[in-house]
Design a protein around this ligand. Structure first.
Ligand SMILES: Cc1cc2nc3c(=O)[nH]c(=O)nc-3n(C[C@H](O)[C@H](O)[C@H](O)COP(=O)(O)OP(=O)(O)OC[C@H]3O[C@@H](n4cnc5c(N)ncnc54)[C@H](O)[C@@H]3O)c2cc1C
Length: 441
């Protein structure tokens, strides 16, 4: 069918909603961005593909949430810290590990995120996919609407400002604003991984190293077993494995990050193939662990993630692009809006290795890194941040996505109120506003 095309007839769409700020995607960056926008006085609409919030944390079972601390000190505060604190109050998160990694319960995550979003006073439209956008012919770099699809059909949603928190740049990539695939210059994309959780494990006997320091957490015994499976041709690839208290924190349970698929998660065919093949790998891994690991003899599969985990796809070309040098030699920015500190952590797609570079200090991230070059009313947060592939390999973790979400939501609300474009808005004023909100900036 290659090369075959048809012309879709133009049609009139109902404009079903209007808001000051529309946030596309309700993952770690998106739900925090929407809360920040609403708390800063903007009428806010959050559009989410699933029927719950949390993105990779809930739909992907990706955990623990990294990285709230560096050297034992908090580097992310504000709304993200409030969120994990509220999960902990419900017994749904462990928030005092020195590493600043936060194991959590995905159901408590979904509930707490929704409660906080509703308390902030916003409109949320679940089971809604953002499928396109309309450029503003009067204002370069701006949009008038995003186009959505849900059970009611195709509709348009109007806003003063839009934030792309889809993790895969679904909005920005449909505009004239600049973006790129993260592997454009430096090779393959990081692999997709389908998380799964097992119960019935003797977690006391099993060495839960993640709880200690978040560094030496791959269990050598499991790695050797999976390497044998690859050698014997029964498994094509794996990573880690990281079998930890990540997206579970109950005794007897582990969340496991071990499957690996090489492909482009912004390609419909590749992501579909990943789901098909990795489910097979999960079953094989559980079988091997049960047969060969005494502490997992009685283990059973609790669940697999709702969707395969996506590490990297598209990023914007922003007014500032974070580089490895910004992490190795942290710079002081006047418009710092978040701090990172996770290792530069590149998972290889073609084998089971990982290239990890530990950092010596936390590094600032400027407002300009979430502003696409030439943008009028479009910001991003989370997975779409402007960063080289190596820099993204550190920034990509959830606490940093949430911190950037708070920055984007705050900035969008300020732009809506002051009638400014996102490039006209002074990043220093975003920093000051975040400081008043208790963020570490
Ligand atoms: C295998 C793996 C392991 C990882 N390990 C860790 C870890 O240990 N610790 C850590 O902190 N981070 C980890 N990460 C990274 C982290 O999970 C992500 O970087 C983070 O979730 C990105 O947040 P986000 O909000 O940008 O996007 P996402 O979490 O991807 O959320 C995007 C949201 O937008 C929605 N959406 C997408 N497209 C559309 C659309 N077109 N219309 C409507 N809604 C849409 C999705 O349903 C989703 O809810 C890992 C990631 C992977 C894949």
């Amino acid at each position: 069918m290659e090369g075959k095309t048809i012309i879709e007839p133009a049609r009139k769409l109902p404009v079903t909603r209007e808001a000051d700020v529309v946030v596309c995607g309700g993952g770690p960056s998106g739900f925090v961005a929407a809360i920040a926008a609403a708390r800063n006085g903007a009428t806010t609409l959050l559009l989410e593909h699933y029927g719950f919030l949390g993105g990779m944390a809930t739909a992907g079972l990706v955990g623990p949430i990294s990285k709230f601390n560096f050297g034992g000190k908090r580097i992310v505060s504000g709304i993200p810290e409030e969120f994990i604190g509220r999960m902990a109050e419900r017994g749904g998160a462990i928030i005092d590990l020195p590493s600043g990694n936060v194991p959590y319960d995905p159901e408590v995550y979904k509930y707490t995120a929704l409660r906080m979003a509703e308390e902030a006073g916003m409109d949320i439209l679940f089971h809604t996919h953002v499928v396109g956008c309309l450029a503003d012919s009067q204002r370069p770099g701006s949009l008038t609407h995003v186009l959505i699809e849900n059970k009611s059909g195709r509709q348009a949603v109007a806003a003063k400002h839009f934030i792309d928190c889809t993790g895969t740049g679904d909005v920005v990539s449909r505009t004239q604003l600049p973006w790129e695939m993260r592997n454009r210059r430096e090779g393959e994309l990081q692999p997709m991984s389908l998380y799964f959780r097992v119960g019935g494990v003797d977690t006391t006997a099993f060495n839960l190293l993640m709880a200690e320091d978040g560094v030496k957490y791959a269990d050598a015994g499991l790695k050797a077993l999976l390497a044998e499976e690859v050698e014997a041709g029964r498994l094509s690839n794996f990573g880690g494995p990281w079998a930890v208290h990540g997206s579970t924190l109950r005794d007897g349970e582990l969340s496991i990050n071990a499957t690996r698929f090489r492909g482009n998660a912004a390609d419909g065919d590749d992501v579909s193939t990943a789901e098909r093949l990795l489910r097979e790998d999960v079953m094989r891994m559980v079988k091997v662990f049960k047969e060969k690991v005494p502490a997992m003899r009685d283990a059973y599969l609790i669940d697999t993630a709702t969707q395969v985990g996506i590490r990297e796809t598209r990023g914007i070309i922003g007014c500032y692009t974070m580089t490895l040098d910004d992490m190795v030699h942290p710079k002081a920015f006047e418009d710092t809006v978040a701090y990172g500190g996770h290792p530069v952590d590149i998972h290889r797609a073609s084998d089971s290795k990982q290239d990890v570079n530990f950092l010596r200090a936390p590094y600032p991230i400027p407002y300009r890194a979430i502003v696409p070059q030439g943008a009028g009313n479009v910001l991003v947060a989370g997975g779409c941040v402007s960063a080289t592939r190596e820099a993204f390999a550190s920034i990509r973790v959830q606490a940093q996505c949430m911190a950037l979400g708070q920055a984007a939501g705050t900035a969008a609300a300020m732009c809506a109120e002051q009638q400014l474009t996102v490039t006209e808005l002074d990043g220093k004023s975003v920093r000051n506003a975040l400081r008043e909100q208790g963020a570490v900036v």
